[in-house]
Design a protein around this ligand. Structure first.
Ligand code: FES
Ligand SMILES: [Fe+2]
Length: 443
């Protein structure tokens, strides 16, 4: 349970709030590169940490990110003309380059010096592996992008998708680090379960994992331990990386890996990035296709709306999309017959299962009302890390964990069976440290 004061501190992300300022110390994934296709192409609306921004690609191909409201009299630059090296407001023609400088002011006298005094808020961007990143922090020279594995492998080894969630970012991240729910929310019965691998079997067999957690320089290491055999444990070791990255422990031999970035758009909306990558070769969609095929089998068997599988809209442009087809207005297409017979929760798409639970807690969950148990150990530790980071920055300017240590992000999650007598952090260390070009071995 948290006090109302700490809950507020955790969840609010606007400029000037303690957590909002802490988040602004990090590079933030802001938009898929594919959204800004052409030089001088269409501008795109971006909402990030409660700020309304406009992204555009200039004539040199560089991505700009500037305030939405024109500094003149506030018209939206979304309607702007993306011209030679700048975005021109269509109301009175003021033009801004990607640094926010006003480079033309055609409705003022030519001899006027006024335009040199005007600057739009603009944030530095970087682009890598299909993601445009933004830095909204105070440093004139921002650090490097975090050395997340998906940020360092070649682009054809990475796959990105994004969806908007109608809830605060904290409850979304908490879903991402909560290994306990996996035995319930995502559980399939019978044949479907068998098709989902060895790890799934251990998770189904032992639904009471014991949690051990350890702080790291970049976040928290979370070990969830389940019985495997009389003399071994199945360990699902998850990395939480500040401020909002999670990595799903890999499964099987030479697997692709998955992770999330839960990026706060504002206090009540989260952009959930799902990132798949393969450490050594171009990514193949085996897992995803298998899950999709299983979903489509259900669609046919139960005569469901085929849209249920098409949860991801393709663009953010028309009508502010990235909004899943399954949503609170249609109860996420819950099917109670499937709930009785095949699938614990009855919501047929995995990511929708998570989204439904996280959103059903309300726009900002009131943590004064919760009752945390032993299975919530990791959540308690991550909250402590967030709260102390935000307070330390506010009190004496201490940079939050990992913000200035991009290289510390070069780690993996782990899924492995160890003998009962070994110490998990020692046995797993070699597995979470990345050796470029070396494939993963997991169960
Ligand atoms: S409001 Fe943009 S130029 Fe006047
Ligand atoms: Fe989940």
């Amino acid at each position: 349970m948290l006090t109302a004061e700490d809950n507020n501190l955790l969840c609010r992300v606007g400029r000037g709030t303690p957590m909002g300022e802490a988040l602004r110390q990090y590079w933030l994934p802001c938009l898929p590169s594919a959204e800004l296709t052409d030089r001088d192409g269409e501008p795109v609306r971006v909402r990030l940490l409660g700020e309304d921004l406009i992204a555009f690609r200039d004539s040199d191909g560089k991505a700009g990110l500037i305030q939405n409201a024109c500094p003149h009299r506030g018209a939206s630059l979304f309607f702007g003309r993306n011209e030679e090296a700048g975005l021109r407001c269509v109301y009175h023609g003021w033009k801004f380059d990607i640094s926010g400088a006003c480079v033309d002011m055609p409705n003022e006298p030519a001899e006027s010096n006024f335009k040199h005094k005007i600057k739009a808020a603009a944030y530095p961007t970087r682009e890598r592996n299909g993601v445009i990143w933004a830095y909204m922090g105070p440093l004139a020279e921002p650090p490097e992008l975090p050395f997340l594995e998906w940020n360092l492998v070649p682009e054809n080894q990475v796959q990105i998708s994004i969806r908007y969630q109608e809830c605060n970012w904290v409850q979304a991240v908490e879903g991402g680090i909560d290994s306990s729910h996996v035995s319930f929310l995502h559980r399939w019965f019978g044949d479907e379960a068998n098709a989902r691998g060895e790890g799934n079997m251990y998770r189904a067999k032992d639904s009471q994992p014991r949690f051990e957690v350890a702080d790291t320089s970049y976040g928290v290491l979370i070990g969830a331990c389940r019985d495997a055999s009389d003399d071994s444990y199945y360990w699902r070791i998850t990395q939480f990386l500040m401020p909002f990255y999670t990595m799903i422990p890999p499964q099987g031999a030479d697997p692709a890996v998955g992770g999330h970035a839960w990026v706060p758009m504002d206090d009540e909306t989260t952009a959930t990035w799902t990132i798949g990558w393969h450490p050594t070769r171009p990514i193949v969609e085996t897992n995803r296709n298998r899950n999709l095929n299983q979903t489509m089998d259900l669609v046919r068997e139960y005569n469901l709306d085929p849209n249920v599988a098409g949860v991801l809209p393709k663009t953010s442009k028309a009508g502010g999309a990235w909004r899943p087809v399954a949503n609170p207005r249609n109860d996420y297409m819950l099917n109670q017959e499937i709930q009785r017979t095949k699938l614990f929760c009855g919501i047929v798409v995995g990511r929708t299962q998570d989204q439904a639970m996280q959103e059903s807690m309300g726009p900002i969950y009131d943590r004064t009302k919760e009752h945390l148990g032993a299975s919530d150990t990791a959540i308690i530790r991550v909250r402590r890390r967030w709260i102390s980071a935000a307070k330390a920055l506010k009190d004496d300017g201490t940079p939050p964990p990992g913000a200035l240590e991009p290289e510390a992000y070069h780690v993996r999650s782990v899924s492995q069976v160890f003998k009962r007598n070994v110490i998990w952090t020692e046995a797993a260390r070699a597995l979470w440290q990345i050796k470029p070009g070396v494939p993963i071995h997991a169960v």
